[in-house]
Design a binder for this molecule. Sequence first.
Ligand code: ADP
Ligand code: YYY
Length: 264
Amino acid sequence: MEVKGSHEDKSVVSFHSKDFINLQCSRRDLTAAGRYQYFMGTIIDAAEPLVMVKDANEIFSDNKITCIFVLGGPGSGKGTQCEKIVEHFGFTHLSTGDLLKAEMESNSENGTTIRNMRKEGKIVPSEVTIKLLQRAMQESGNNKFLIDGFPRNEENRAAFENIMNIQPDFVFFFKCSEEERKRRILNRNQGRDDDNIDTILKRFKVYEESTLPIIEYYRSKGKICEIDAERPVEEVFEVIYRQLVERMREGTDVEVCRKEEKAV
Ligand SMILES: Nc1ncnc2c1ncn2[C@@H]1O[C@H](COP(=O)(O)OP(=O)(O)O)[C@@H](O)[C@H]1O
Ligand SMILES: Nc1ccn([C@H]2C[C@H](O)[C@@H](COP(=O)(O)OP(=O)(O)O)O2)c(=O)n1
């Protein structure tokens, strides 16, 4: 474990586990999350910076890939929450929308296809998106991925499962009304070429027609973790945080965790 020093209200601690996991948290974060008493394999006393009793590596085995899909309509807050998850949990965040945009801007052979599809709010063929995802996953050196905005249709889903042979551990579904999403996108103000009302309405239609059935598919498999994304950012994150901690704990030896909790 490496303690990166303490300054004012922030005690920053990071630990690396066989190059796979790189977690960071601050005293403020831990205090906010204090009621959970548990942070990525670590029992936490919120009054103290950090008491480490267990290696994070015991939570995720080295060979296992953890893959969480993050789905929800355009503007539901996927990117916003993924950034926060990364801050706290050491995932690699792969936004397929961002990967495609970067590919478009690099003037690659697929650039024109991507530009045209984005303008129409259409879904880029899987072979392009999966190639970008594959590269980014390999380059990350991580084994925990938050895949944001993918799969967006049946073709995406089937191709990912067949080519990558990876099933998501579970799928976050951000539920948020169209009215609120439209309001957010029109205020997003990031200079996105597709954040104009014409393209927004096309994206909403494609989402309803092509992505909602994928969410129902994962629901039928018991993999959907539905989040009320209509609420303020911090409230949404609080729910996500709790879900992640619980789900990770379920994947580990609960008996050991309970014993250690009692010891705190
Ligand atoms: N819970 C929220 N409440 C209000 N505004 C939000 C919330 N989550 C995100 N936003 C804002 O809404 C816009 C869209 O969020 P973003 O994360 O880019 O959505 P997505 O990735 O799903 O398209 C951004 O400007 C973001 O700051
Ligand atoms: N898996 C994906 C993700 C995005 N795209 C395209 C189509 C989308 O309208 C744009 C923008 O996607 P992005 O996820 O960045 O944004 P929204 O969730 O639509 O707000 O990229 C795609 O074709 N396939």
